[in-house]
Design a protein. Sequence first.
Length: 113
Amino acid sequence: MPKQYKEIFRGKTARTLELLREEQEPKTPLEILIEEEENEFDVTQKKHEHLAKVVRKALKSLTPKQRQCIKLYFIKNKKQKEIGKILGISQQAVSEYLNCAKNNLKKSLKGYL
């Protein structure tokens, strides 16, 4: 190996060893705690992302009328009578759509509830 390459190699090796030594310094309890919390946050966030995908898939499995009723009832806080007027169906039909949708969602999300 030519001399110039040996010098470059020694320089890079020395810098690499320096970085490794810095990494091996003991961490303070606060640093450890912060790292643990960050890791827990990442795990929790991944679980929430997975659950959100599962819920979206479950909602897509509902009929359009069931989805509309669920949205109006739970998100828009409409009463069953109001939903019936909006969709042009009876309050009883709204009740049936909601019950059917709830049952379908319970089945789809059984392992997660």
